[in-house]
Ligand binder design. Structure first.
Ligand code: GDP
Length: 365
């Protein structure tokens, strides 16, 4: 199960955003348990235009989107890496996650207390990033000591030592571990450490409703930080999202119009898509009159592996995958038309599934 952690200082809008992410979907998604699994873990539907189009083309009765798990990690504060608050516990939660959404406060509001007294997104972002890096450094140093012992006993993996030393150097220069350039073998050797600052991360700049359309100076500054790190930044307004959840469709349009934005510019959909990409995921589809459904796989998976996501029997008894690319199907206008144009391919065991493939699996039971 791939999970994305939502982190940030207290009172920056994490929970508001998390609730909007999970609740915004409950009502429309009758076919899927987009529920909150745990108070802090929620399943979020991945918005998908292609899936909507497939539903139309095949006049499917049901549409089943794919989902991502988000985890609201409350309580990360300055000193967390030294065990302040419940620091270690929260850091462990992030360690289990595969990607990070870093929420940064870019709104002024006298009624919402800032833990450091003033609103300064660049300082806030650095503070959280440093806590993550400190925690990593402590872990890396401990591991290096451990391996030195193993080396003397002649049982250490040299890749791991190389990786740790490279990461230690980067962390020592106050940079996130993701800056370290590792070979595939080195990467693999330290995977179980779950280094926090090596996880893929996006910034979510949380702005006031009035700044959603055009951003503000705080967002501009934070963007510079993100750019320097090669990280993406999405502008969202947790407050707007929370209100949208409460509104009926007609009121919703009026509300959005008053803010001079459309639902697509609101950022929440973009944030989910970015998280999806960050996890190096891709989608293939099954589609027919009964249902159109999106399935999530990792990039590079073979057809039998992809079939296994539906059912382990599909993987075990895999014969072939009748495949049409999404673009071919839409261009042809229907499955029958695509077939007569020879666009339906029969793919075997070695086939690497491509993003957007529409597949019918043939298998033995
Ligand atoms: P967390 O501690 O990061 O989870 O923050 P919360 O989501 O609990 O938000 C803290 C407070 O800030 C709550 O009172 C929210 O209503 C408020 N808040 C969250 N986002 C916004 C926003 O975009 N604008 C304003 N004005 N208040 C917000």
């Amino acid at each position: 199960k791939l999970q994305t952690a939502i982190v940030g200082l207290p009172n920056v809008g994490k929970s508001t955003l998390f609730n909007a992410l999970t609740e915004s979907q409950g009502a429309e998604a009758a076919n899927y348990p987009f529920c909150t699994i745990d108070p802090n873990i929620g399943l979020v539907r991945v918005p998908d235009k292609r899936l909507e189009n497939l539903t139309t083309v095949n006049t499917s009765v049901k549409t089943v989107p794919t989902a991502l798990e988000f985890v609201d990690v409350a309580g990360l504060i300055k000193g967390a890496s030294k065990g302040e608050g419940l620091g270690n516990k929260f850091l462990d939660v992030i360690r289990q996650c595969d990607a990070i959404v870093h929420v940064v406060r870019c709104f002024e509001d006298e009624d919402v207390i800032h833990v450091d007294g003033t609103v300064d997104p660049v300082r806030d972002a650095e503070l959280i990033n440093l806590e993550l890096a400190f925690a990593d450094l402590a872990q890396v140093e401990q591991r290096i000591l451990r391996i030195r012992k193993d080396t003397r006993a002649g049982k250490a993996d040299p890749n791991e030592m190389n990786a740790l030393l490279k990461v230690e150097k980067v962390l020592g220069a106050d940079k996130p571990a993701r800056y370290a350039e590792l070979t595939d073998e080195e990467e693999l050797s330290i995977k179980t450490l779950g280094l926090l600052s090596r996880k893929p991360m996006i910034y979510a700049a949380n702005v006031a409703d009035s700044d959603l359309a055009n951003g503000n100076e705080m967002v501009t500054k934070l963007k510079e930080v993100a750019e320097a790190e090669g990280a993406n930044l999405v502008v969202v307004s947790a407050q707007v999202e929370a209100e949208l959840v409460e509104l009926e469709d007609a009121d919703r349009d009026e509300f959005l119009e008053s803010l001079e934005v459309t639902l697509d510019d609101c950022g929440l959909r973009a944030l989910i898509r970015e998280a999806y990409d960050l996890l190096k995921l891709q989608t293939y589809y099954t589609s027919g009159p009964t249902e159109s459904r999106a399935w999530t796989i990792k990039q590079g998976w073979t057809a039998p592996q992809a079939a296994g996501v539906i059912h382990t029997d599909f993987e075990r008894g895999f014969i072939r995958a009748e495949t049409i690319s999404y673009d071919d199907l839409i261009e042809a206008g229907s499955e029958a038309a695509a077939k007569s144009k020879g666009l339906l391919r029969s793919e075997g065991k070695e086939y690497i599934v491509q993003d957007g493939d529409v597949i019918l699996f043939r298998f033995n039971v």
